[in-house]
Unconditional design. Structure first.
Length: 331
């Protein structure tokens, strides 16, 4: 594995940085700015990033999971309130099922606890539901589509989710998915949530560091206090470790067999999930009392991290997958 980004991947990253930095929310109040949100959504749609995992001429995806992870990381860093992970996973499901490209905005549905792709007739939740008219889920291994009619629930203020009723009408859209296909899809989902967590950690650290540079206590900036420096240094170490394992997971999606890719992605998710919560809580701690107020963006980072942690399983379920991949089970 060559850990260096290619010239094309660096250009993709730079483009994502520029777009996110120009249209990202700078305050909690910005999350209610519909004009800014519409501009951001239109800009992301125009890039074609949501189509990275659609089928190309050879049946494979247009881009690797590494490219998708690069975009996911930058969107997470900027708290970009636009859909990406959901539509990307929906495109991957359609490709694996041999289905045509969706006509409109589409996302995926997970089980009610976000642990796996949802099954028709069971409690389910459509993730990344902003702007999506439909969601994909499974019915006996067959891919089906359901319409989204319920109001969105903003557990994550940047990526609302939509509950799906048990009796939602389902329309078949592709062939039955194999076990290997679903395993690969899960590996991609874990890799993308890891990338989002890395970006969220980067953004939370930057927010806390900027605050530590200007907040004064006892006649000095709090960033000059060793205790605060240690908190932020530990956060950076956790974030950098997460970035390495997240990139490895993204590479493994296309480079390794399905079971190995899943084990790799699950190991990365366990690491990133634990680190993501710790780093975001550290950012709140560095802010002190202001970090517990609605107006501070620190809680928005934590909310986004918590949802990404839960999507397709957090620390416990991920470690179970790692053990299963090694031929072991929990006693």
């Amino acid at each position: 594995m060559d850990v260096r980004l290619s010239a094309e991947q660096r250009a993709l990253r730079d483009t994502a940085v520029d777009l996110v930095d120009s249209l990202r929310p700078r305050s909690v109040a910005d999350l209610g700015d519909s004009q800014r949100t519409a501009k951001l959504d239109a800009a992301v749609a125009a890039t074609g990033w949501r189509s990275l995992r659609e089928a190309g001429a050879d049946g494979g995806p247009y881009a690797s999971a590494v490219e998708a992870a690069i975009v996911a990381e930058e969107l997470g860093r900027g708290l970009a309130d636009t859909a990406f992970v959901g539509p990307t996973l929906a495109a991957e499901l359609r490709r694996l099922a041999g289905a045509a490209t969706a006509d409109g905005a589409e996302t995926v549905a997970t089980k009610s606890d976000f642990s796996a792709v949802a099954l028709a007739g069971q409690p389910a939740t459509a993730i990344d539901g902003a702007g999506a008219a439909a969601a994909l889920l499974l019915a006996g291994g067959e891919l089906v589509q359901v319409s989204l009619n319920a109001p969105a629930e903003p557990l994550d203020l940047t990526r609302p989710h939509v509950p799906i009723p048990r009796d939602a009408a389902a329309t078949p859209v592709g062939r039955t998915l194999t076990t290997d296909a679903l395993t690969k899809w899960t590996a991609l989902g874990l890799a993308l949530t890891c990338a989002d967590l890395v970006g969220v950690m980067r953004g939370a650290i930057a927010l806390a560091t900027d605050y530590a540079k200007v907040r004064r206590q006892y006649g000095a900036h709090i960033g000059s206090f060793q205790a605060v420096q240690h908190l932020l240094a530990d956060a950076v170490v956790a974030m950098e470790g997460s970035r390495s394992t997240a990139l490895h997971a993204a590479w493994a999606v296309d480079a390794l067999p399905a079971d190995d890719a899943l084990a790799t992605a699950a190991g990365a998710k366990a690491y990133c999930a634990r680190a993501g919560r710790t780093v975001c809580e550290t950012a709140i701690q560095v802010h002190g009392g202001i970090g517990n107020t609605w107006e501070c963006l620190a809680h928005v980072y934590l909310r986004r991290a918590l949802l990404s942690i839960d999507l397709l399983g957090g620390v416990g379920p991920s470690l179970e997958r790692v053990l299963a991949g090694a031929g072991h089970g929990l006693q």
